[in-house]
Design a protein around this ligand. Sequence first.
Ligand code: HEM
Ligand SMILES: [Cu+2]
Length: 551
Amino acid sequence: MSHDSTAVLSYLKEPKGLKSWLLTVDHKRIGIMYLTAIMFFFFVGGALAVVLRTELFRPERILMDADTYNQFFTLHGAIMIFLFIIPSIPAALGNFLLPLMIGAKDVAFPRLNLASWYVYVFGALFCLYSIVSGGVDTGWTFYAPYSTTTSTSVISMTLGVFILGFSSIFTGLNFIVTIHKLRMPGMTWFKMPLMVWGLYATAIIQVLATPVLAITLVLLIMERVLGIGIFDPAMGGDPVLFQHFFWFYSHPAVYIMILPGMGIISEVIATFSHRKIFGYRPIAYSSLGIAFVSFLVWGHHMFTSGQSEIAAMIFSFLTFFVGIPSGIKVFNWVATLYKGSVSLETPMIYALMFLFLFMIGGFTGIMLGALALDVHLHDTYFVVAHFHYVMMGGTVMAFLAGLHYWWPKMFGKMYSEAWAKIVAIIVFVGFNMTFFTQFILGAKGMPRRYYTYLDQYQPLHGFSSVGAWVLGLGFLIMAIYLIASFFNKRPVGANPWGGLTYEWETSSPPPQHNFLTDPVLAHGPYDYDKVSVVGEYYRSRGDKPTVAEKV
Ligand code: HEM
Ligand SMILES: [Cu+2]
């Protein structure tokens, strides 16, 4: 074999062997290892969801009793939040992409990066252990005093979440230092791709907020094990204190979920509009703005908890401010689309779905932030619909946009675009069937976390359950066409979509140390007005050149 051909061997092939994967410090491999793990948990969490919805198809018992239902929604929620969505974009896609996007060879602390993956797996084992040792029935929020008194496996679950927090903190720390120190020469802060801004804002929250959750869970465990009264009023504790601690982390955590997703949307919308992103700076600053405001609004989860009325009013008022930076982003994305030469490939379809669904999620969040309305809607299906629109309609759609956008980069393989588009439509239809109905259910008074309901709710619940089956089918087909793509023989080229960020400069999949020659900054991330690019994907399909290509 000549030297040349070894030089272009991809990170997937070199070095070889299982051990080289398990001990790798390559951010790309660690990203793929995270991706595998989170996809696994997405399917576990999703399967639980389909079972829950099947139970709710009719008001009477179908599959399980009330206690089992409580355990199932707790596991579904906890798995989706702590094992899937929090690590999904930063630790899986972010790990893979961040160094490539800033022209670096790796993250700042590659060993810490590997450690974070093992810590994640270790924490996940604790969570899995709680499932086999009797489950947990507190809801993913672990509210005291129920969580300090129930006989289910709260300790192993919260210990698992505690450990998972460290993995999140390690990733955040690593990203902050990487972004500060390892950008390629010439890449100033305002030449960074917006995905990097999103990851940066996320990392700040990960580092600042996660320790609060960790200490809260330790206090909970101490109360259970040592009988120290912290939250349980029977022992002289204060249950509302638990809620303050919990939401001081968990509200910012919802931005750990959405901010990197917004980063993906900026990349995808720019690439598939073939147009310079409108309002680069406002989008970048608004990520930091969202991160900042996120620390000031936790009390909106506690309007009905008996916190003081003044506090409730202030939290309600501050909550509306979250709408400003989010709105700034949405307007800038729409302005980028305007007069862009939009091509509707799968990543772009998911990005547009994100825009639509996230907007519904965001607006209903503002509704819930209105004090008077929340008293009526609190703990109803309106809330369930709202957070699924944000987390699934927002973050998961963004994740899917990113997954399809970078899939050829990560694996050097193209999935079937036809199937991917069909599935995108199935997912969109299934999603809205499942969750739009729940806004109506909630407004009519259907409470959340119940395994049964009054007959009057059956038509809407039944419709929602059918939607969940449609969704489940969509994701099954997605799994199939993604796995099938590994058998696709056609090469994809370095830059299939015609992107201008630097991960597209290196081969797909990239070589071990990312770039064969150190990249030099020749253009900004969205200079479609100055640079002409032709995506190999379009060329191979024989498409007509897009507007930008003619420049
Ligand atoms: C396949 C799509 C999904 C379906 C059909 C679904 C369905 C459900 C159902 C039926 C509940 C219980 C509602 C209740 O009785 O109160 C629930 C709760 C929940 N879901 Fe999902 N879900 C899906 C996806 C997701 C995703 C992607 C996430 C987050 C990434 C998520 C996060 C949650 C959370 C946090 C809860 C609250 C659990 C609790 O009350 O403690 N779900 N979901
Ligand atoms: Cu919140």
